[in-house]
Design a protein around this ligand. Structure first.
Ligand SMILES: Cc1cc2nc3c(=O)[nH]c(=O)nc-3n(C[C@H](O)[C@H](O)[C@H](O)COP(=O)(O)OP(=O)(O)OC[C@H]3O[C@@H](n4cnc5c(N)ncnc54)[C@H](O)[C@@H]3O)c2cc1C
Length: 337
């Protein structure tokens, strides 16, 4: 294991927060994970797994061993008449993997094009976009259980996936994921139900879209709507869309006729957090180095040298104002360190 000390993490987090890791190593194999585990046990040092750092907010120096996941490889493990089974290293770039599948004609994750990050982080918050969640294609996960010091294989049910949630978020910092197995479809049912995708296909006069058409449409929508972290620090949606009771929704609807929400069960509604934030007047607001993105209120941006603490304080102000106006408590989607 090549252990480095006092490594700047600015280039390794999409908010570009300028903090250091006390210890840092890259992980290229399962064996590297075992060696790192022995080291942090022996040295009584905490650890932090890092993919691409596109869903993490560093608010302080990292007094831990950072394990930068770089396990690569996409392997076909099985194929049937209708499906293909792939085993993918945790350090593969997510969008690279999506593009690879789209090119091969294997469907299921094309709506998740251009989400920044690694394959190993995708199950952590069960990444989702444009009507699709990654849990739909995950078969199993291979992970190192740091509580027992053993390797485990977790199937979909074990992972306890929910909206931007999973076992890995609930049992924070217990598992180190080394690979994810997917099942993709050879004759996929394309998901064009999302309004923005339909609109792009309509504009381009595409009536029978291919996987590539869907992926290109998603890339176009995302490029127009979201800030590029290489140019403007951000972590995508900062907050989750909150779930409220049907009765609370009906009360809110009386005063806010255009409130954006949809039913998720007979008794519950999911609200668009972006709508709530925008209607508290935050969209485009800038305070010092930090701001609420002008095209999407759900995204907090770092205009330059903002610190993690400033970003966190800004997010708390938003949470407070949404609660005061609507009585709805926003929950952070981003992992705060
Ligand atoms: C512009 C932008 C747009 C985005 N859009 C979306 C979107 O549409 N939908 C969506 O769901 N998300 C979105 N995100 C959030 C982010 O892309 C995803 O959460 C992504 O999966 C994070 O991957 P990462 O490798 O950068 O993870 P990191 O930020 O490095 O890590 C995130 C968390 O996972 C843990 N972790 C990472 N890898 C492993 C591993 N191998 N084993 C165990 N734990 C691990 C980390 O410790 C941390 O707690 C967006 C982010 C940005 C910047």
């Amino acid at each position: 294991m090549t252990l480095k000390q006092n490594i700047p993490l600015k280039a390794f987090n999409s908010f570009a927060c300028d903090i250091n890791a006390k210890y840092f190593t890259t992980i290229q194999s399962n064996q590297d994970i075992e060696v790192a585990f022995d080291w942090f046990k022996q040295n009584n040092t905490p650890y932090l797994v890092l993919g691409s750092g596109s869903n993490i907010l560093f608010t302080k120096e990292v007094e831990a061993l950072v394990l930068k996941m770089e396990i690569k490889g996409i392997q076909k493990t099985n194929e049937t008449a209708s499906a293909v089974y792939l085993s993918v290293g945790a350090g593969e770039n997510w969008h690279h993997f999506v593009s690879y599948c789209v090119q091969k004609g294997w469907g299921g994750i094309e709506n998740l094009s251009l989400i920044p990050g690694t394959v190993g982080a995708a199950p952590i918050q069960n990444i989702g976009a444009y009507g699709v969640e990654v849990k739909e294609t995950i078969e199993k996960i291979t992970a190192f259980d740091t509580h027992t010091g053993e390797w485990v294989t977790l199937n979909k049910l074990d992972c306890d996936f929910g909206y931007r949630n999973s076992l890995f978020k609930k049992e924070k910092n217990r598992y180190i994921i080394s690979k994810v197995d997917f099942c993709l479809q050879k004759q996929p049912k394309l998901r064009t139900d999302y309004g923005a995708i339909r609109e792009v296909l309509h504009q381009k006069e595409i009536q029978n879209p291919s996987l590539e058409d869907i992926s290109n449409a998603v890339v176009l929508i995302r490029t127009q709507k979201l800030p590029d972290p290489k140019k403007l620090g951000n972590a995508g949606s900062f907050f989750k869309n909150p779930t409220i009771s049907k009765s609370q929704f009906e009360t809110l609807k009386i005063k806010n006729d255009d409130i954006m929400a949809f039913p998720i069960s007979d008794t519950e509604y999911k609200l668009a957090a972006g709508w709530l934030i925008e209607h508290c007047g935050w969209k485009g607001v800038k305070k010092g180095h930090i701001g609420c993105f002008e095209k999407q209120a759900l995204v907090i941006v770092n205009y330059g040298n903002g610190t993690g603490k400033e970003i966190l304080a800004f997010s708390e102000e938003i949470i407070q104002s949404v609660f005061q106006k609507f009585g709805v408590l926003l929950e952070k989607e981003v992992n705060v360190y």
